[in-house]
Design a protein around this ligand. Structure first.
Ligand code: NAP
Length: 288
């Protein structure tokens, strides 16, 4: 699979697995662990989670699945890139490392590969960034980044003392981007590209909302793809963008992996563009 480099070094597959909705019901735990194990067996090497998902439950599912997969010899730990996120209300100077410790325990990991501030919050950003940079220095996380940051938030981030001092840089910004929600393409995505920072697109299928979109269905029929594959291939056609669709069903997981190998042609892109034109002015960043 094609890869992209984070600002700060690591190379990531352009398609990973989202886990929002997992870990909410202990009765489903075993089945959900099997879902994540199946994804690893199918070839997923990037998994996105957060302390928010199931209030730690999703991290536990991911941790158990990864542990079992490593023990079974399906994958090596160093082959899998795990992303998690700190709640904004936990992201103080002291709260961030404490939250990270809890996440590492639930994930059963010595280090989290990428740790993001989930959205801008009430604690001074300078403190959060300082805490995240310290976690990188200590080896508790590989890279740090942000999520749901618009251009003004990114500009503030860049002006921080901790960032200007030359510590580990913000690796990525995870935001909502899909053919149905293109706001990030105006302003934010160019800003990130200029700085060599990839964008991690969440909800790339609009949580299933794009599956019955007429333009998406038209391209899907013409190309012999599924609507989800068209939605994903479109997101991945944007330069500097990776995507983390959530798929609990194994057929969906495999379809989505295959979508990363699809290249939409000019006619496909034009058909999608006509129905969902690129933004021509700044819009508030969509957030779920
Ligand atoms: P999504 O990935 O756009 O859509 C997930 C839905 O699409 C699920 O219902 C899934 O069904 C379905 N689906 C997936 N592949 C499919 C396929 N090939 N055919 C038909 N249906 C398919 O929405 P999302 O979960 O909101 O976003 C993805 C991930 O991004 C999240 O799980 C989370 O990790 C992350 N996220 C981050 C933020 C943030 O604030 N940073 C916000 C939202 C999401 P099944 O599960 O039944 O297969």
């Amino acid at each position: 699979m094609r890869t992209l480099s984070l600002r700060g070094g690591a190379s990531l597959p352009v398609l990973g697995l989202g886990t929002w909705g997992l870990g909410e019901d202990p009765a489903r735990r075993a089945a959900e662990v099997r879902i994540v194990r199946a994804a690893l067996e199918a070839g997923y090497r990037l998994i996105d989670t957060a302390e928010m998902y199931g209030e730690g439950g999703a991290e536990e599912v991911v941790g158990q699945a990864l542990d079992e997969s490593v023990r079974a010899g399906d994958v090596r730990r160093d082959e899998v890139f795990v992303v998690s996120k700190v709640y904004p209300h936990n992201a103080s100077l002291r709260g961030t490392p404490a939250a990270c410790d809890r996440s590492r325990r639930r994930l059963m990991l010595d280090h989290i590969d990428l740790y993001l501030l989930h959205w801008p919050g009430q604690h001074p950003l300078e403190d959060t960034v300082q805490a995240l940079q310290s976690l990188v220095a200590e080896g508790a996380i590989g890279h740090w980044g942000v999520s749901n940051f618009d251009v003004d938030d990114m500009t503030e981030l860049e002006s921080l003392r901790a960032v200007r001092a030359g510590g580990p840089p913000c690796a990525t910004n995870q935001v909502y981007l899909s053919i149905g929600q293109r706001g990030a393409e105006y302003g934010l995505l160019p800003w990130m590209r200029e700085r060599g920072m990839p964008l991690m697109a969440y909800s790339p299928i609009d949580q299933g909302g794009l599956l019955d979109d007429d333009a998406v269905l038209g391209v899907a029929r013409r190309r012999g793809l599924t609507p989800a594959q068209v939605a994903l291939a479109w997101v991945l056609s944007r330069e500097g963008v990776m995507a983390i669709p959530k798929a609990a069903r194994e057929t969906h997981q495999r379809e989505n992996l295959a979508a990363a190998e699809q290249v939409l042609d000019a006619a496909d892109l034009q058909a999608l563009e006509s129905a969902h034109p690129a933004p021509v002015r700044k819009q508030p960043l969509a957030m779920l």
